[in-house]
Design a protein around this ligand. Structure first.
Ligand code: PRP
Length: 213
């Protein structure tokens, strides 16, 4: 059996992803959750983990330095990497939405859209037949309309708290998001036995969770 390398997203998806793997029967050390180490080997399970920035997970998988990765659908839509999506893990549900200050129409000439998702946002507004200027930010996107940098934002909404606490409202929903298991196409061929075993175990857990919820 060859070792599988999995790129895990640091941050909000991590906890649910690690829980899912543990429910699937993998004995993962507490070090995976607590340490600052970026590479954690679990030889007993034939697994090695990378802890990556969520937006970079698909990049590691595309280049084959990780066989598998756990990534939000938002990242997959934005990055359009050459990876296969194997499984909807149905964790960390949220959605991408257009938001802004209430009762505030967009500027008629080149309205500005602030976002961490420039590709998703430009495709969306092009499909709506709207010409917009995209302003790429790296976080705290909700600031942009508050301080006059942008007419609208395109961002993730999870509980809706960030929008609410900043007096912003949602104008349109773009797409629902959950986390996915992705695989490098070459790994998928070369390590198919190991990968199918992992997928089967995770599929069982996802089905059980669906029944019990
Ligand atoms: C995300 C997203 C929103 C917030 C939404 O930001 O960009 O700001 O979470 O969650 P809510 O609807 O539950 O309030 P994140 O915390 O990932 O940080 P960021 O500002 O660096 O993007």
């Amino acid at each position: 059996m060859s070792m599988l390398t999995i790129a895990m997203p640091k941050g909000r998806i991590f906890e649910e992803a690690a829980e899912l793997l543990r429910l699937a029967g993998y004995q993962l050390p507490p070090e995976l959750d607590d340490s600052r180490k970026l590479i954690i080997e679990v030889p007993e399970e034939n697994l090695r983990f990378f802890l990556a920035k969520p937006m970079d997970v698909a990049t590691y998988v595309e280049y084959g330095v990780a066989d598998l990765g756990i990534a939000g659908k938002d990242v997959l839509l934005e990055e359009d990497r050459d990876v296969y999506e194997l499984l909807d893990l149905k964790i960390s549900p949220c959605y991408l939405a257009v938001a802004g200050l209430p009762d505030t129409p967009m500027n008629e000439v080149a309205p500005k859209i602030a976002t961490k998702y420039p590709n998703v946002a430009s495709t969306y507004f092009r499909e709506q037949g709207e010409q917009v200027e995209i302003i790429k930010l790296n976080g705290s996107i909700e600031l942009a309309p508050l301080i006059g940098l942008a007419d609208r934002i395109v961002d993730i909404v999870s509980t809706g708290r960030t929008l609410k606490e900043n007096g912003l409202v949602e104008y349109e929903t773009i797409v629902g998001i959950t986390s996915r298991l992705i695989v490098n196409p070459v790994s998928y061929r070369m390590k198919d036995g190991e990968i199918h075993d992992l997928v089967d175990r995770l599929t069982g857990v996802i089905a059980d969770k669906a029944v019990s919820s």
